[in-house]
Design a protein around this ligand. Structure first.
Ligand SMILES: Cc1cc2nc3c(=O)[nH]c(=O)nc-3n(C[C@H](O)[C@H](O)[C@H](O)COP(=O)(O)OP(=O)(O)OC[C@H]3O[C@@H](n4cnc5c(N)ncnc54)[C@H](O)[C@@H]3O)c2cc1C
Ligand code: SF4
Ligand code: SF4
Length: 338
């Protein structure tokens, strides 16, 4: 296979793992990812270690990213998509590279550009120390790229690292094989009866992961306070015949229980309730972990109905209480759709 080349579409955990395996067998690798930052969804997950590693796997992608960046046979291309592809013995692809507006060598990740930008999302940042440069400029949100006004970030950058007058570039590449590792799109729970998109304090599990990774703690999106009570609702988007999603992700139970353990360790005053159908998590040490976590949180084996706002800023969660055979409403500060 020497001198052979593989093109991998997607630089998440799967794409990076494939890249490293093949590169270690002397194959040259091109990894393209449409995102400005490599690592896919996993690079937004938080480590859930409490007193020791809980084998959540959240750090695996960091390790892969580090190894791939340093591997002599791997070329990583964030901000790149395949424009066209054909096959005539080998694959011939045309790559479209988004301009790299921020010079990775000059940028010292001070964040002045993000603080200066007048539009939401004009400048956004990565989430890993292996994201270099750590900031990127959005082709969709930046005003200058739409109407040639602004340039505030360019003027403010103390390192003179920003150049907005760059154009996309095209590059033809050849490959002997193409691996598609473009991952998944998270389920959007807007059509579920939980007020996602209406109540700020109803968030998804991925949003909670990103929050804990960034801040190390859980706060309420509405006002930044720490929540006194948190409800996790499991199986949102899974095991649902109406959505034609009959499958179980096998991640959400493990995520919610490990995250609950982490929150209890860091914010012991928070009361956590988990609404679930049944617990679908496997692994060698899971039994003892499950016994331990059940003593710290309340587990209710029912999936709630609607969520309503309460008089204050709390959320009223409606569910059928099997113990009293009645539908009840209970108030929570934060609801996590898991
Ligand atoms: C709430 C939650 C918690 C989780 N917790 C854990 C955990 O604790 N531990 C764990 O191990 N796993 C966890 N997971 C699962 C983990 O996120 C996935 O297993 C992992 O991200 C899958 O990696 P992937 O490379 O297949 O896909 P993705 O992470 O989706 O990566 C795909 C990549 O392909 C790129 N891409 C997509 N389309 C294109 C295109 N057309 N052209 C170029 N690039 C493209 C994307 O930009 C992305 O970078 C969790 C998942 C969720 C939702
Ligand atoms: S202001 Fe300049 S040096 Fe600072 S993060 Fe932005 S691009 Fe980098
Ligand atoms: S040019 Fe203006 S809108 Fe565009 S990223 Fe810079 S500060 Fe934001």
């Amino acid at each position: 296979m020497k001198n052979e080349k593989v093109l991998i579409v997607g630089g998440g955990t799967a794409g990076l793992t494939a890249a490293l395996e093949l590169a270690n067998s002397d194959i040259r690798i091109d990894v393209v990812d449409r995102s400005d930052f490599l690592g896919g969804h996993a690079v937004r997950l938080s480590c859930k270690a409490v007193s020791g590693c809980v084998k959540c796997g959240a750090c695996i992608v960091e390790e892969k990213l580090d190894q791939a960046r340093r591997h002599p046979r791997i070329r990583l291309m964030p901000g790149t998509q395949i424009r066209s592809i054909s096959r005539n013995r080998r694959f011939n692809a045309e790559l479209r590279h988004k301009p790299v507006f921020i010079d990775p060598v000059k940028c010292n990740a001070c964040g002045v550009c993000m603080d200066t930008c007048p539009v939401e999302g004009g400048v956004f940042r990565g989430s890993s120390k292996h994201h270099v440069p750590f900031y990127a400029i959005s082709e969709k949100a930046c005003i200058y790229l739409k109407d040639r006004s602004c340039r505030k970030c360019e003027k403010a950058c103390p390192q003179k690292a920003i150049c907005l007058d760059l154009a996309e570039t095209m590059e033809p590449v050849e490959a002997d094989a193409v691996i598609l590792a473009y991952g998944f799109s998270p389920f959007c729970p807007e059509n579920k009866p939980y007020g996602y998109g209406i109540f700020k304090n109803v968030i998804t599990s991925l949003e909670l992961e990103t929050m804990v990774r960034g801040k190390g703690r859980v706060t309420l999106p509405l006002d930044g306070r720490e929540p006194g009570s948190i409800a996790f609702i499991q199986c949102v988007g899974s095991r649902d015949a109406k959505l034609h999603h009959l499958w179980c992700s096998k991640y959400c139970c493990g995520f919610a229980l490990r995250m609950a353990d982490l929150i209890k360790a860091r914010q012991p005053l928070s009361e956590i309730t988990l609404f679930y159908i049944d617990i679908q998590t496997f692994g060698n040490d899971f039994g003892s972990f499950y016994d331990r976590i059940r003593e710290k949180i309340r587990m209710i084996r029912i999936i709630p109905g609607d969520i309503y706002p309460s008089q204050g800023d709390q959320l009223k969660v409606t569910y059928f209480d099997n113990a009293i055979a009645e539908t009840v409403q209970e108030e929570f500060d934060l609801v996590v759709l898991s």
